[in-house]
Structure formats: C-alpha cells, structure tokens
Design a binder for this molecule. Sequence first.
Ligand SMILES: [Zn+2]
Length: 474
Amino acid sequence: MVVDKPTDLLIHAGHALPLVGASVLTDAVIAVDNGTISYLGTAASAPRFAPSRTIHEPTGLVIPGLVNTHTHLAAHLWSTLCEDENIITALYEVWFPMEQYLTDEIVHCGGLLGLWDAVRSGVTTVANDEYFPDATARAVDKIGCRALIANRINEFPDARPPRYHRDRQEYELTFDRAKATNALDHNLELIDKWRNHGRVFPCLGPHAPDLLSTEMLRECSEAARLHDVKMLMHVAQSRAELAEVRRRGYKGSIAYLDDLGMVGPRLQGAHMVWLDDAEIDTAAASGMGMSWTPTIMMACESFAQIDRLLASGINIGFGTDCFGMDILEELRYALYAANYVRFEEPDSRLRAADVVRMATIGGARCLGLESVVGTIEVGKAADLAILNLSDPCFIPMTNAIEAIAYRARGRHVLYTIVGGDVIYEDGRLTHVDADRVLADAAAAGQEWIERSREILEGAGVAPRLRGSGSAWFP
Ligand SMILES: [Zn+2]
C-alpha cells in the first residue's frame, strides 16, 4: 500500500519559476519540510503528500523570495519629509543631522514599517545598516524575514555631520575617533548577540570610505576578518566621496579600499557609481557584491555604469536604499533607465531575465547567501513569493519572466514565505498586529520630528511643510 508522505507545507500552483535552468514549471508542486524545500516538480509526477498545510493557487506564480540588498528600514519614517528637495541636500542637511535624534524605539518602529513594506512586495531578505541595529534585528525576528544587519559606523561627530556644498562642490568633514570606536564596539556586541539566530545575520557596517578615517577603515576590516562577517558599505556613492578619497591620494574608492585590503567577497558595496574601468575590473575579480540602487541614484542625478559593470561579471543585486522597499518597482525603473542611459548598441540591452535574476539569486550571491536562497531548489530554504496571475496586468500570461519584470507590483503578492513560514498572506502580516505597528510608528515618527524640530526649521523644510497636511507643522 502507498503511504502518503507527511510534509509541513505543500504548495500547488499554476506556475513556478525556479530560476534554475530556463524553464517555467506548469501545474507546479513544492513541498517544504523543516523550512527547506524537499520536493519540486509537476503535479503529474509528484508523489502523494499528507501535508500539515496546503496552499492551492491555480493562478499563482511561485518565485524565489526577492532580495533587497541595500536598505535603511527606519528611513520609512522620513518619507515625504523632504523628498521634493534635492536628495543630496536632504541627505546632508536633514537626514544626517536628524539621525542623532534616533532612539532604539524609533528605529524599531521604523524597522517594522519598512519590513512590512518589503514583505508585502515579496521581499524575503534585506540587508540593512542603521544606528540601533539591535532594534532592527528585533523587528526582523518579529516579522519573520531574513536579514543581514549592521550597525552604522562613521566617524563624524553627531552634532557636526558632514556638509556638502553642491554649488562649490566643497565638503566640510570633521572626525571624532571615539564615536567611531564606540560604534564598532556596539557593532561587535550585535554580532555576539545575533550570530546564531538563523535568520538574522549580523555583520559590520562601515558607512562609506569618506566617512571613516583610514585607520578606522583598517580596524573595521580587521574586525570583519576576525569575526568572519560581511561588511555592508556605501561605495563610490557621491562626488563628495570621490573628492575626499582623492584628497587622500587615491583615484577612486575601490582603488582606496583595495589598497586597504578590504575589496573581496566579504565586502558588499552599495551604489558603485563613481568608478573607472580598472576599478570595476578590480571589484569584479575580487568576488565582492554590488548593490545596484538605480532609483535613488537617479534622484542623485547619477547612474552606475551598468553596461560596464554587467560586462565585468560582478555580482549584482538590487537595493532600494531609503526609497521604499518594493524591489518589483525597482527592477522596472532599472530596466527602462539603464536602456535609456547606458546601452547604446541595439543588441546590448538590459533584459527582463537579467533583472529578475538580479532581484533573486543575484542579490543572494551579493550577500553570500546563494547556497541558502535565491532559487527554488530542493535543499534550499523555502523563501518564496507567490504572485497572483489572475489580474488585468497578466492576461494573457505569455512569459513569466517578462510578466514579473514589466508588470508585477507589490499588490500582486499573495503570499510571502520565509523558511517555510508564511509571514504574509491575504494582504496582512501573520506575526505582528498591523494596527499596532502603524500606531507605534506614527508615535515614533512624531517623536523623532519633534526632537528634530530645530533642524527642520533651520534647513528650511518646516516652512514648506506648514499647511501641507503635516501633523507636526500645521
Ligand atoms: Zn544607503
């Protein structure tokens, strides 16, 4: 007699896109045991299962969970505050100064908000650097997703963040070694506390080559090696950074970091805009990961040399930075913008398959998680998103990869699953009370803005907010 095979979760969907090989599975069955994919195939060839839970979505498309390789989750609390300003002005005159008023509670509430936005758009893994990283790690633990979490280590005094004068392209930067040393110590405590969590991967967050002294960069690099962790870092993100690195005697940030021995598989660099061809080759050959952040870079009036970067073979994933968390939106902007800005040869263009891979296995590789997530394969963690193809955007469905790249939005996500745990379904998070998250985040945002009132008045943001629906500047 044939005995049905007990299994924790059985997914039976219209289609699955394993991203292993080129094929899309039709009438797909995925079984999950102990958080791991134990079977993948078609319904016709599947054994009989006796599942504890079944998800049956005849019009569903199962994809690997999306990976957002560069986030600042609590920045959600910052949205609509000064998005109409030039982003560089906003960053240096509002965001950096306001960060001194963050608290553990504010970061935790902002983290939950940001993760909610990520998870509802099919993101299962994020990589986040921010102050109060333990608060973010707790938010990740609660929501149920997967994350690399780093403390933000920089050396500028809290009360005197760097100032960049765009008109003169001049940079005012002072350093406070004690602050950076404290931040590194704090980061090491985080690593100690979360090292064995399973879904939270603590790592180091040296902020950027210009925002730390050479000595502190060396210390961070040595600590990453000693503790065997990744480094999440902004690299070649601005003209200001390039000017500072040149002042230190290097042609660019990768040349500088390479001289310090920091360029290698341990490094995950976000942005990577201001690089020359030789630096791109160095970065690619080193095995480092790159987080491509097209939207925020366009807001900064710059764009990574994506044609050169792709040709170099560097590991590329997508990051949204502080511009929302929806990777599906990001990959569409990436497609259109890259083909407009960079690809001049008609045969050489960014294609749907490129960006879908970048948003999944590319991101996983970029974070060193390619053996765990990024594709749907037996033995890998069951980190999955299920999209609803029964929607005006997808009828008739002729090409799953193009459907994702050109049409899918967060609203099409039916389920987000991490390690076999359904953390989002029916439009709601399963492990936290959404009303509570909203209420707490509103209170935290209010507290942060109150604490930053002087900065917002000084930077000229407050007058613009008066009468614009802001609760704090009526
Ligand atoms: Zn960033």
